[in-house]
Design a binder for this molecule. Sequence first.
Ligand code: BGC
Length: 752
Amino acid sequence: MQFLKHSFPLLRTPALLIPVLFIMISCQPQTQRLATSTLNINQRVDSVLALMNLEEKIGQLTLYTTDWESTGPTIRAGYVDDIRSGRCGALFNSHTVDFTTQLQKVAVEETRLKIPLLFGYDVIHGYKTIFPIPLGESSSWDLTIMEKTAAIAAAEAAASGLHWTFAPMVDIARDPRWGRVMEGAGEDTWLGSRIAEARVKGFQGKGIGNTDAVLSCIKHYAAYGAPVAGRDYNTVDMSERAFREYYLPPYAAGIAAGAATVMTSFNDLDGVPATGSKWLMTDILRGELNFQGFVVTDYTAINEMTNHRVVADDKAAGELALQAGVDMDMQGAVFQRFLAQSLKEGKVSLQMIDQAVKRILRMKFELGLFDDPYKFSNAAREKATVFSAANRAVAREAVRGSIVLLKNKGNVLPLSKTQGKIALIGPLADSKADMLGAWSGSGDAKDCITLFEGMKNVIGASRVSYSQGCKVNGEDRSGFDAAIKLASGSDVVVLAIGEEAVMSGEAAARADISIPGVQEELLQKLLATGKPVVVVLMNGRPLAIPGVDSTANAIIEAWYGGTEAGNGIADVLFGDYNPSGKLTMSFPYSTGQIPVYYNEKSTGRPFNPESKWTSKYIDNPNAPLYPFGYGLSYTQFSISDPRVSKTSFSNRDTISVTVKLTNTGKRAGAEVVQLYIQDKVSEVTRPVKELKGFEKVMLEPGESKDIVLKLDKNHFSFFKRDMSYGTEPGEFLIMVGPNSRDLKTTTVKLID
Ligand code: BGC
C-alpha cells in the first residue's frame, strides 16, 4: 500500500491539480460546488483519468471471472496477464484474503498505473454463513432480519477481500416455473420494493468504504423475472404500463436506497435487449431514477445481443451497449477487443468511454482502494468474522422466521419434545448439500445442519430414526418398504420431500412444478400406515401440491434454510418457535394455472359460478391453492373490521387504518397484518387488490393490540391513460386481513 501511495504523485500535488480543479469548479452547479467531499473525489478521479491511455481506460471497463467458479461460458483465459497489462480492472469469483491479496498485488505492483482491482462475487444469501434462500427469507415479512442477514453477508464478504456483491436480485416474478424465483422476494411489487431497500441497506451498511460493507448491485435490470413461459433467458414482452407499475418499482427502490451498481439483464424488453437499451440504461436509470453509480452487464450479455439478432457482430454489440449507458462488460471481452476500433471509426466517443471509466474509478475511490488497496483483505478480520457463532445464531433465527406453516390438521404440530417415536423419512431429511440452496456463495455443504441432525439436537438420538425412502428424482421404489416399516413402528412420521437444490436457480426452469419422482407416492404409502404424517417441503419455488394438501396431516414450507436449516426447522417442529411466515408467491393448484398471482386485474367477465361465460378454467379453480400472504400459526388470531381516520380525504392527507389484532389462542405468536386497496373505478384497468402496507406483530395469548397502518397519495397513485402518474378522485376499498384472500373491507373516498 505504501507503494501505491507513492505511485500517484499527481493526486497529492496541488500545483498540478489547479487546472483540473478550476475546470471542475467552473462546470459545477452551485450546490455541487459546495459539496467539497464530492469535488475532492471528482478531482482525484479526473487526475487518474488524465494519466490513462486508451487501453488502460478500456481495462477499467472490463470485468473477468477467475477460474475459481463460473456461471457461464468462460471465454477469457489468462486473466492474470490481463491484469498485469492493465486490460482488466475488476474480477469476480475471487475471494479470501489470500487470493485477493495475490491478485491485488499484480495490479498495484506490476501495472503501469497501479490502479487497484475491484473484487465482486455473487453473495446472494450469505457468504460463508448461508441464510435461507431469498424467497424463503422474504416469507418472514421481517425487514429487520433481512437487513441483518445482508449486513452479515456483507461483513463476511468484506472480511474475505470482496468489495462488491451482485445482489440483491429484485426481479418481480409471477411464474414459478422460472428457477430464479428462489433468488428474489416473490410476486408483489410493494413488498418487493421494501425488501429491495432493506437488502441494499444491509449490504452497504454505514456506507461505502466501511470494511464491513460491500457495494450492492440491483439486478437484473430490467424485467428479467418475466420470461415468456418461465423459461430462463427467454423473451420479455409487456406494456410500458405493466413495466412501470409492477416491475420497475423494486429497482427504483433499491437505487433510491443508495445501491452503488446496477446489473443489466439478459432478456429483451419490447424488442430491445436490456443491455443495449438506452431507454432503460440512460433515460430511465440516469434520467428518471437519478442513478449515480455504474452499470455492469450480466455475464456475456453484450455478446448475446448477436443471438438476439439486433446486431450482426460483437463489435456492434459493444457499441450498442456503451451508447445505451453500460459502463462495465462482464466476461464478454467485447469492450476489450473492439472498443478502440469503434472509437477510431467514430462509432463511440471518447467522452462516452471516459464517462464510464470515471464512474468506476469513483467507486474505487469511495471504497478507499486508492489509499489502501488491501483494505478489505485482512486475515485477522477474516478469521474473526467469517462463519462466527454469532452469525450462525442469526442464521438460525432467519430460518425459523422464513418457515411457512401451510396446514396443521388436528394440531399435529408442534411435536412433543418428550414423548413418542418419530420416523424421519425422505430424500431431503439428511442431505447436507441440498440445505444450501442455489447461489450459496462460498458456503460449504459439510457445515450445514440437516433436519435429521437438527431434530437430534433437540430431542436426542433415541427417539428419531431415519430412512430415506426414495430419491428426489427417478422411479426407484426400493426404499419404500424400509420406510413403511419404520413408519409403522413409530408414532408420527416427518417426511422431508421437495426439489433438489439444483432444480431451482439460474438455468433451472421446470415445465411441471409438481413434486418430482415418486415422493408423493411414498407419502401416500406412509399415510396408509395410519400414522400422522408431517410433510416438510424443501424447494426453491412454489410447487403445485394439491395431493399433499388434501392428504398430509401437516405441511411446513421450509425452503432451503442454509447452514442452520435443520436447527431452525426443528425449532418449529417442536414448538420452540411458533411459525409466522407468510407466502410471498402464490402456490398454484397446477402448472397450467400459471401465472397465478393475487393482484390480477378485473376482467370484463369476472368469474361467476352460475354462469358458463365467465373467466375460469373448467378443470381448476381460478384462485391458487395457497394465496399470497398465506401462512398459519400454532395460535389463532382475530383481526377486527378496519376503521379509518377519515372516510373522505384529499391528496394532501394521510389516513390511518386501524384494526384490533387479538391472539385468541394459547401460545405466543406473531401475525402479519396485511393491508390491501382496490381502486373501485379508474380510467385504466387496475388490480382487484394491491398490498400497500403490513405490520408483523408479536402477541401473548389473550393479548390485543391496535395496529395502525397509514396511507397517503403515494399509495393511491397509478399510471393513468396518458402515462402520467398520480391519483384520481373516487372510492377505494380498504381491505385488511391475515393474507390476500381473507380480508375485511371498508370504503374511503378520495375527493381531489
Ligand atoms: C447471472 C448473474 C450473476 C452473474 C455472475 C449470471 O449468469 O445471471 O445473476 O451475477 O452470472 O455470476
